[in-house]
Write a protein that binds this ligand. Structure first.
Ligand SMILES: Nc1ncnc2c1ncn2[C@@H]1O[C@H](COP(=O)(O)OP(=O)(O)OP(=O)(O)O)[C@@H](O)[C@H]1O
Ligand SMILES: [Mg+2]
Length: 509
């Protein structure tokens, strides 16, 4: 393209040079001979009062010695050729007077070209002066200045040193411009080529390999590179996330299948035994088998309910209906549920709630679920004689809730993973032991809905789960207390919750 452009420019320059060279020649010619006609009239023609054709012949004879390229014509007032110096035949008997008038008016914009009676197509510069013709007619002495011969460009160049010099300089200029443009273009497109190569490599790697970092100047290409780098990072992150999600999905399906298959197989076994050997089984055995089967179905429905909860939490379908509630009542309520289980296992269940604890913002149903999961875990992993305690106390940004136990503890390496769904520290524990590995995952997501983060510290003999709940705004809290007082009938048992509404029907185990 650059070479093409240069060639076009060179051709244009040649046309311009040729045109301006001709025009300049004509201008000079006309300037030099501008007054020639008038002078000739004064000095040579008007020997009498008028000019006659023979006078023209005389003038021509005189000037052809000096300049043979001047033709002399005598025109009448209408521009008709009255006499010609002419060795050339007249091909055009009249001359257009418009340029002649312009000339005589003293127009400075030379060259002014007019008709050449001997060559009708060509226009030539001229010199003209009014002259009186015989018979009191006025006319013009019209000198056509032929000037330089009309050679081809090649001939012109060959003949003119100046033209050759000019063209040589022009060629050099164009060559320099061509080289400079090519150089600039190469420099400008180099970063683009680098970027293109990196992009291509990234594409060939299936968008999986981190592209080499490109450090380019802060111009447009730099910005483009920056954008590409960000885009590549984003693509890589998304690819990794996709792979992770895919792996999680596969793991999830495997876990669910395993957790459902085991109790289902056992359930089927007991029911088949009852069905086939009904006659041979003692009533005691039948009852025991039925009890086991019932327990299995309970556990199965519990698992399905937890999976359902988790799916709803994951998909964002479940929202927390936050409202002011008394944490003390809520904790007491949950503790009561586990009192029997704790005493039968020989575990001391303690509860320590600061009485001056302000109301917190929570979804009562969901928060009960969190506490239930944590206390259930604590009881499950604590041996007889141990202690499980729930504490709630005010801290700077809300109420701190701690569920602690003196149980077996969680190995430090496992701590980061226990909130993942289906994650169990001891892999052999299965649903039959009441452990699906979903409780903490559900609790974490519920606390996410409360803008709270659950944390854990653990060592053998002491495991503590903590989270902080934000206080209810003062005015909302006052309203809730009033509402709770209104709701509490005088003779009824003390209300367990400040606000009894449940936003979400919980799947009870
Ligand atoms: N208080 C605790 N002491 C020791 N280990 C614990 C405690 N709490 C949780 N863990 C460990 O973390 C794992 C995950 O707990 P999570 O509550 O999510 O599942 P789970 O109790 O096994 O089953 P689920 O709660 O679904 O019935 C448990 O399997 C257990 O290994
Ligand atoms: Mg649990």
């Amino acid at each position: 393209m650059l070479v093409g452009l240069t060639v076009v420019m060179a051709a244009l320059f040649l046309v311009v040079i040729r045109h301006s060279d001709t025009a300049r020649n004509q201008e000079i010619n006309q300037k030099v001979y501008r007054n020639l006609a008038a002078r000739l009239i004064d000095e040579h023609i008007l020997e009498g009062e008028t000019a006659d054709p023979s006078a023209v012949r005389k003038v021509f004879d005189r000037i052809r010695v000096v300049n043979p390229r001047i033709d002399v014509y005598l025109l009448d007032a209408a521009g008709q050729v009255v006499a010609a110096s002419g060795q050339d035949a007249i091909k055009h008997a009249s001359v257009d007077l418009t340029p002649i008038r312009r000339f005589l008016k003293g127009d400075d914009e030379l060259p002014i070209v007019g008709d050449d009676p001997s060559e009708p197509v060509r226009k030539r510069v001229f010199s003209v002066a009014p002259v009186a013709l015989s018979g009191s007619e006025s006319g013009y002495l019209y000198l056509v200045l032929r000037g330089v011969s009309r050679d081809t460009l090649a001939q012109q160049i060959k003949q003119s040193y100046v033209l050759r010099e000019t063209l040589w300089l022009l060629g050099c200029g164009l060559a320099v411009a061509l080289i400079a443009s090519a150089l600039i273009l190469t420099l400008m497109t180099r970063p683009l080529r680098q970027l293109g190569a990196v992009m291509d490599k990234f594409r060939r790697s299936g968008f999986a390999e981190q592209p080499e970092p490109l450090r380019l100047p802060t111009d447009e290409v730099g910005k483009l590179t920056d954008t590409f780098n960000h885009m590549a990072d984003r693509i890589l992150a998304q690819m990794t996330a996709l792979q992770k999600t895919d792996a999680m999905r596969r793991e999830l399906v495997a876990n669910i299948s395993h957790d459902l298959r085991t109790p289902l197989a056992s359930l089927q076994g007991y029911i088949e035994t009852l069905h086939l050997k009904s006659d041979q089984l003692a009533p005691e055995e039948k009852r025991s088998y039925l009890e086991i089967a019932l327990k299995q179905t309970e556990q199965l429905s519990g698992l399905v309910a937890r999976l359902f909860d988790l799916a709803k939490l994951d998909s964002g379908q479940m929202t927390a209906a936050l409202e002011p509630c008394a944490l003390g009542d809520l904790v007491q309520d949950v503790m009561q549920e586990f009192e029997l289980a704790a005493s039968s296992k020989g575990i001391d269940l303690r509860c320590s709630i600061r009485p001056d604890l302000p109301l917190v913002m929570a979804d009562v149903g969901l928060m009960e679920r969190v506490l239930r999961n944590l206390v259930e875990n604590a009881l499950r992993y604590t041996r007889s004689g141990g202690t499980v305690s729930v504490m709630a106390a005010p801290v700077a940004d809300g109420a701190l809730v701690e569920v602690a136990d003196t149980g077996i503890g969680i190995p430090e390496a496992e701590l980061p993973r226990i909130f993942e769904r289906f994650y169990r520290v001891e892999k052999c524990r299965d649903l039959a032991a009441g452990s699906a590995g979903l409780g903490l995952a559900i609790s974490k997501r519920i606390l996410d809905l409360h803008q709270s983060r659950i944390s854990v510290t653990s060592a053998p003999g002491r495991t503590v789960f903590r989270f902080v709940l934000a206080y209810a705004p003062k005015r909302a809290a006052a309203g809730a207390v009033q509402e709770a007082a209104d709701l509490r009938p005088a003779e009824a048992a003390p209300a367990k919750r400040a606000v009894p509404s449940l936003a979400y029907p919980m799947a009870e185990r």
